[in-house]
Structure formats: structure tokens, C-alpha cells
Design a protein around this ligand. Structure first.
Ligand SMILES: Cc1cc2nc3c(=O)[nH]c(=O)nc-3n(C[C@H](O)[C@H](O)[C@H](O)COP(=O)(O)OP(=O)(O)OC[C@H]3O[C@@H](n4cnc5c(N)ncnc54)[C@H](O)[C@@H]3O)c2cc1C
Length: 299
């Protein structure tokens, strides 16, 4: 029996516009896709998941590479900002997002790969996604035909690899509200590096003057068709003194909200089991960061 023929993906035209307006015009062409770091796009094309006629490289557009910290505490991350820069420049302002960015692949992957690519790939296991959700990110999208629109990230993902982004739309930036308190993201993997999340959890907490939890958000990744907020887990923490029993209640809600499948990276049963210590560790780290920050503010 002869080996199956290897079929080369069809050719495409490569564009590298320097202006957003030009990029949007190019995205309106038939079969156009955006290219940022190409760390996902190359494999997607090789596996036949994408067969673009036009590839629009967005990395030469300065506004899409910018990371801006505003005086009121809001942060705007350009879609083409590298994960490496996000890990460094957002370490203090958006700790959970920096945690996620720092876990992606190897230094080479993070130097090329972008936060916008991670979001638009929409993998349930994407390492920045649950952190961005927990921190209340909004996605700014633009197209030549429709202009601009802003979508809350918890309404962005619609399934594995799918989102509300239209084919001709570019993600231009992610916008985050001012962050008080502390946040964290962690994932379970079998290896310490170069592995994809078997399960991921992000949490954000703020503390009142009495040390009790004032507000919280919790999000999960890789344990359902999309990364998702878990309001019940957050509600289990709000108003409590954040004792061990309170954190245990958060973990129970996280497990209840998860709907993992059996796949090559883990069984449903195993994923549900690892979620408990994972969620506990993430909430404890977010609390420790919130307490350290409260100490800095009062000192
Ligand atoms: C060796 C290796 C290890 C990896 N490890 C991890 C890991 O640990 N965790 C993890 O989460 N991911 C991992 N990945 C996947 C990948 O690196 C990330 O998803 C990365 O963030 C993708 O960004 P990119 O800029 O390379 O996207 P690209 O590959 O350029 O694009 C990805 C998709 O998004 C679209 N897109 C990109 N930018 C835009 C935009 N601005 N507007 C509209 N559409 C856009 C593209 O058309 C494409 O469909 C790994 C990949 C490799 C090769």
C-alpha cells in the first residue's frame, strides 16, 4: 500500500500594511486572514484548518503593538503585542494576564506569539483567556464595512476555535478596567513547559478594610468548550474572611461549573480532580497578592 500523497496547501498573497485602514481594506478581500506571530496560523494552515487567499500581517501597524497604561488605571493591550511584552509590562497592573502570557510555549513562542492571536485562536486551553475574562477585558474589533465595535470578552467565545469575530474583522486591542486587589492564573500540565493546559483557573479578588473579600471573579479554561466565568465560585468568596472553608466552597463551585471532555490531554475525571488543588492555589495566590497590595497602600 502506498503512502497517502502529501498535498501542499494552496499559495496565498502576503500583505504587510503599515496602516490600520489599509489592513481593514485587505481583510475585506475574499479568503483574507490576519497573521500576527504565526505560531498558530502556520500549523492551522498545514493541517488544512485554514486555506487563505490573502494573509494580512498586522505586526507593522504601530497602534496594534502598543501596550498603554492610562492614568485612571485602565490598560489597553494592542492585539499584536507579543506575549513576552505582556508578561513583563503587565506584571504589576494585570498579574493574572502576565501569569498566563508567561506560561505560553517557550521564550521563542512568547517572543513571536501575540495576545491577540491567543484570543482569536479561541482555543479553550489558551493561557491568557481565562485571566482576561477574570479581569473584565473587552475586545475592540474593527472592519472596513462595519467600523468599530467593542465586545465583552465573556460574550466573545462561542465554541472551540470559534468566536463572534467576523471573518473581515481585526481584533485591534483588549481593554481592561482599573484593577484593584490581586489576581492570578495557573494551569495544570504534565510537563513544566511546552505543554498545553489540561485545566486552567484565574481569579481576581479585592479586599475590604476589614480584610474580608469585597469583590471577586473566577474563570476556568480547558475544562469546557470555551473559557468561562464562574459567577457562583466568585459569590462563594464575596463577604467571607477567605478562610480555608471559604476557599473550599470556591473550589466546589469551580468543579460544578466545569464540563470537561476526555481527550488526548486528559480524562474528564482527571480534569475534575486536578481542578480542586489548582483553584485553591490560584485563589490563595490572588489573595496573597491582594493583601500585599493592601499593605503597600496603607504603608
Ligand atoms: C511550540 C508552541 C507552543 C505553544 N504553547 C502554547 C501554550 O502553552 N499556551 C497557549 O495558550 N498557546 C500555546 N501555543 C499557541 C500559540 O502560540 C498562541 O495561541 C499564540 O498566542 C498565538 O498568537 P500568534 O500571534 O502567533 O497568532 P497567529 O498564529 O498569527 O494567529 C492565530 C489566529 O488568530 C488570528 N489572528 C491573529 N491576530 C489577529 C487579529 N489581530 N485580528 C483577527 N484575527 C487575528 C489568525 O488569523 C489565526 O486564525 C503554542 C504554539 C506553539 C507553536
Amino acid at each position: 500500500m502506498s503512502a497517502p500523497a502529501v498535498v501542499a496547501p494552496p499559495p496565498f498573497t502576503y500583505h504587510r500594511p503599515a496602516l490600520l485602514a489599509d489592513a481593514l481594506e485587505l481583510m475585506a478581500l475574499d479568503g483574507a486572514v490576519a497573521l500576527a506571530g504565526a505560531t498558530d496560523l502556520v500549523t492551522m494552515r498545514a493541517h488544512g484548518a485554514l486555506a487563505p487567499n490573502h494573509v494580512v500581517d498586522v505586526k507593522a501597524i504601530p497602534a496594534l503593538r502598543a501596550i498603554e497604561h492610562y492614568a485612571d488605571g485602565t490598560v489597553a493591550i494592542g492585539a499584536a503585542a507579543s506575549l513576552e511584552r505582556v508578561a513583563v509590562e503587565c506584571r504589576t497592573t494585570l498579574p493574572a494576564v502576565a501569569d498566563g502570557a508567561l506560561l505560553v510555549g517557550a521564550p521563542q513562542t512568547r517572543a513571536r506569539g501575540t495576545v491577540g492571536g491567543n484570543v482569536c485562536r479561541a482555543s479553550p486551553a489558551g493561557d491568557t483567556l481565562s485571566a482576561l475574562l477574570a479581569l473584565g477585558a473587552r475586545a475592540r474589533l474593527a472592519s472596513a464595512a462595519g467600523g468599530e465595535r467593542v465586545v465583552a470578552l465573556d460574550a466573545f467565545f462561542t465554541g472551540p476555535g470559534r468566536s463572534v469575530r467576523a471573518p473581515d474583522e481585526l481584533l485591534t486591542r483588549l481593554e481592561l478596567p482599573p484593577q484593584l486587589g490581586g489576581s492570578a492564573y495557573a494551569r495544570f500540565t504534565y510537563r513544566r513547559a511546552m505543554d498545553l493546559a489540561v485545566a486552567g483557573v484565574a481569579a481576581r479578588v479585592t479586599l475590604g478594610g476589614d480584610g474580608r473579600c469585597a469583590t471577586a471573579t473566577v474563570a476556568i479554561g480547558a475544562v469546557g468548550p470555551t473559557p468561562a466565568l464562574v459567577p457562583a465560585a466568585a459569590a462563594a468568596l464575596v463577604g467571607t474572611a477567605c478562610e480555608a472553608d471559604d476557599v473550599r466552597a470556591v473550589c466546589e463551585e469551580v468543579v460544578r461549573a466545569a464540563s470537561p471532555i476526555d481527550d488526548v490531554r486528559g480524562t474528564r475525571r482527571h480534569r475534575l480532580r486536578v481542578l480542586v488543588p489548582l483553584a485553591r492555589g490560584v485563589v490563595e495566590t490572588a489573595l496573597a497578592r491582594a493583601r500585599a497590595r493592601a499593605g503597600e497602600v496603607t504603608a
